[in-house]
Design a protein around this ligand. Structure first.
Ligand code: NAG
Ligand code: NAG
Ligand code: NAG
Ligand code: NAG
Ligand code: NAG
Ligand code: NAG
Ligand code: NAG
Ligand code: NAG
Ligand code: NAG
Length: 416
C-alpha cells in the first residue's frame, strides 16, 4: 500500500485529510507535511536588538523565542549559528551564552575577543552560571519550554558586544545564513529581516526605550525530513480484560540490527548498542491501557505509559499531544501536567511533573518507563464522536486515540 502513495502527492493529500489513519500518514511526502494543522504558525523567532553603539561596533541583545505550541527544545539544548556579513566582525564579549569556538584571534594582542570565528555557533550556559555572566532569561542549559506550557521559560536571551561591525545604522550589516538546532530537532531558518525597532518598558512602567535597530529571523521545524524517515515512536493498546489488544507492529520504526542489544546494560562489545532490541524497534513506545470501569462510572480510566528504549539518551522535558474523541473539558489527569489544546477540542497536551516523571531515563537505568492516569468522559453531546476521523478508531465501547505526538513527532498507532 505504501508504495502506491509514494507515486502521487495528490493522492496522499486526499488521504491525509479524509482518512487520517497512520499507515497513510507515514507514506506522505514533503509537500504535505510542511503544514502542521496543530500548530500552523509555530516557529522559533530570533530577535536581534542593537541596543547601543560602541567605538568599533555595537551591543546586541538576542532573544530566541519559541512560539511553538507543543514542541520544546530539550537537552542537549539549542545551538544558534550565523555567518558575519562583513566577515571581519568579532564578538568581544558574551553574557548569558557563549560561542563554542574562539576561532583565530591571533591578530589580537592584549584584549582578546570572545570569538573571532567567521561563523560563530552560540550555546546556552548552565543553570549554575555566576550572576555576573548572566542576563535575564538566560542559562537554562539550552532548554526551552513551548510557549503554551510556560511562556516565561520559552525565551532564551543573551547579550553580545560585536566589534569591527560598523557603528551606525547605515554601516552595520545583518548576519546571514542563520542556523538553529533545537536539542535533537533541526530547524530551517529564513533570512534576517529588518523590522520595527523593539520597544522596552522599564519595570516601573514609567519610561519606554527602544532598540536602535531590530532584525528578525524565523526558523521552522523541519518536518519534511522527519516524515520521510520511519516514525520514532509507536503506541500500543491494551485493556483490563485482554479482549482488546494491539501491539506495535514488527519493524514499526525499523528492524533489528547490530545497533540493538537485549541485555539490559548491554555488553558494549566493539560497537556499543544504541537501543534495546524490541520487535517494533521504536526508540520510544506509548502504551494506552484501559482500566476496569467502576460500576456506573460516566468515564473511562486510562493508564498511559511511555518507555524509553535508548541506552544512551534520557528524554528530558518530554511532551505528549493526544487527540482522542473522549478528551474534553472534563478530562482529569493524575500525575502529569496537562492543558487543553487550543483549536482542537479533543486534544490535550501532556508533560511530566518535575521530580516525578519529567525525565524518562535511558533504558540502561532503572525506571525507563513512566506513567500516569487519565479519566476520559464521553461527551453526551457527541458532536466530536461523529467525525470521520473518530469513527475509524472507535467501536461501540472502545476508542483508541486518533493521533499521538511524542516530543512533536507523530507516533504510529497500532490498529485494534
Ligand atoms: C512566527 O510566530 C509568530 C508568533 O506566533 C507569528 O506572529 C508569526 O506570524 C510566525 N511567523 C511565521 C512565518 O509563521
Ligand atoms: C590566523 O590569522 C592570521 C592573520 O589573520 C593568519 O596569518 C594565520 O595563518 C591564521 N591562522 C590559522 C591557523 O588559520
Ligand atoms: C512565570 O511568570 C509568572 C507570572 O509572571 C510568575 O508568577 C511565575 O513565577 C513565573 N515562573 C517562572 C518559572 O519564572
Ligand atoms: C538611521 O538613523 C537616523 C537617525 O536616527 C535616521 O534618520 C535614518 O533614517 C536611519 N537610517 C536608516 C537606514 O535606518
Ligand atoms: C550556511 O551554513 C551552512 C552550515 O555551515 C553551510 O552548509 C551552507 O553552505 C551555508 N550557506 C550559505 C549560503 O552560506
Ligand atoms: C541520564 O540521566 C542520568 C541521571 O540524571 C545521568 O547520570 C546520565 O548521565 C544521563 N545520561 C545521558 C546519556 O545523558
Ligand atoms: C452539552 O450541551 C449542553 C447544552 O448545549 C451544555 O450545557 C453542556 O455543557 C454540553 N456538555 C458537554 C460535556 O460539552
Ligand atoms: C452524560 O449523561 C449522563 C446521563 O444523563 C450523565 O450522568 C453524565 O454526567 C453525562 N456526562 C457528561 C460528560 O455530561
Ligand atoms: C452524525 O452523523 C450523522 C450522519 O452522518 C448526521 O446525520 C448527524 O446529524 C450527525 N450528528 C451530529 C451531532 O453531528
Amino acid at each position: 500500500m505504501k508504495s502506491i502513495f509514494r507515486f502521487s502527492n495528490t493522492i496522499s493529500v486526499f488521504f491525509l485529510f479524509f482518512f487520517p489513519s497512520n499507515t497513510v500518514i507515514f507514506s506522505t511526502s514533503k509537500g504535505v507535511t510542511a503544514h502542521d494543522p496543530y500548530d500552523p504558525t509555530g516557529n522559533i523567532t530570533i530577535k536581534w536588538d542593537v541596543m547601543s553603539w560602541t567605538p568599533d561596533g555595537y551591543v546586541a541583545v538576542v532573544d530566541i523565542i519559541n512560539s511553538q505550541l507543543y514542541r520544546t527544545v530539550q537537552l542537549p539544548g539549542w545551538k544558534l549559528g550565523w555567518t558575519w556579513a562583513k566577515r571581519d566582525e568579532i564578538i568581544w564579549s558574551a553574557f548569558g551564552a557563549q560561542a563554542i569556538d574562539q576561532g583565530n584571534c591571533s591578530m589580537y594582542i592584549g584584549n582578546i575577543p570572545h570569538s573571532c570565528s567567521k561563523r560563530p555557533i552560540i550555546v546556552d550556559l548552565s543553570t549554575d552560571t555566576p550572576y555576573n555572566q548572566r542576563v535575564d532569561n538566560c542559562c537554562r542549559g539550552g532548554r526551552l519550554s513551548s510557549r503554551y506550557q510556560a511562556i516565561n521559560k520559552s525565551t532564551a536571551s543573551f547579550q553580545i558586544s560585536v566589534g569591527n561591525a560598523g557603528t551606525s545604522n547605515r554601516t552595520v550589516r545583518m548576519p546571514k545564513n542563520f542556523t538553529f538546532i533545537g536539542g535533537r530537532a533541526e530547524y530551517a531558518c529564513g533570512p534576517a529581516k529588518r523590522v520595527r525597532s523593539s520597544r522596552f518598558v522599564t519595570p516601573d512602567l514609567r519610561r519606554t526605550t527602544q532598540a536602535f535597530m531590530t532584525w528578525k529571523v524565523v526558523c521552522t521545524y523541519k518536518r519534511a525530513n522527519v516524515a520521510n524517515k520511519s516514525p520514532s515512536c509507536c503506541a500500543s493498546l491494551s485493556s483490563f480484560d485482554q479482549r482488546r489488544k494491539a501491539n506495535c507492529p514488527t519493524c514499526s520504526c525499523g528492524c533489528r540490527s547490530k545497533t540493538c542489544n537485549t541485555r539490559s546494560q548491554g555488553n558494549p562489545g566493539i560497537v556499543p548498542p544504541l537501543m534495546k532490541c524490541t520487535d517494533h524497534m521504536c526508540p520510544a513506545s506509548i502504551n494506552w491501557h484501559i482500566l476496569k470501569p467502576r460500576e456506573k462510572a460516566a468515564y473511562t480510566t486510562v493508564h498511559v505509559s511511555i518507555s524509553n528504549f535508548n541506552y544512551r539518551m534520557n528524554y528530558t522535558d518530554w511532551t505528549l499531544l493526544v487527540n482522542h474523541p473522549f478528551i474534553n473539558k472534563l478530562t482529569r489527569v493524575v500525575h502529569a501536567n496537562h492543558k487543553q489544546f487550543p483549536n482542537f477540542k479533543t486534544a490535550q497536551l501532556m508533560w511530566g511533573m518535575k521530580h516525578k516523571n519529567a525525565i524518562i531515563p535511558s533504558s540502561s537505568r532503572q525506571g525507563s518507563t513512566i506513567s500516569w492516569i487519565m479519566q476520559l468522559y464521553k461527551d453526551n453531546n457527541s458532536t466530536n464522536t461523529n467525525t470521520t476521523s473518530t469513527s475509524s478508531s472507535c467501536t461501540k465501547d472502545w476508542c483508541a486515540p486518533t493521533e499521538i505526538f511524542f516530543n512533536g513527532d507523530r507516533c504510529l498507532i497500532a490498529s485494534p
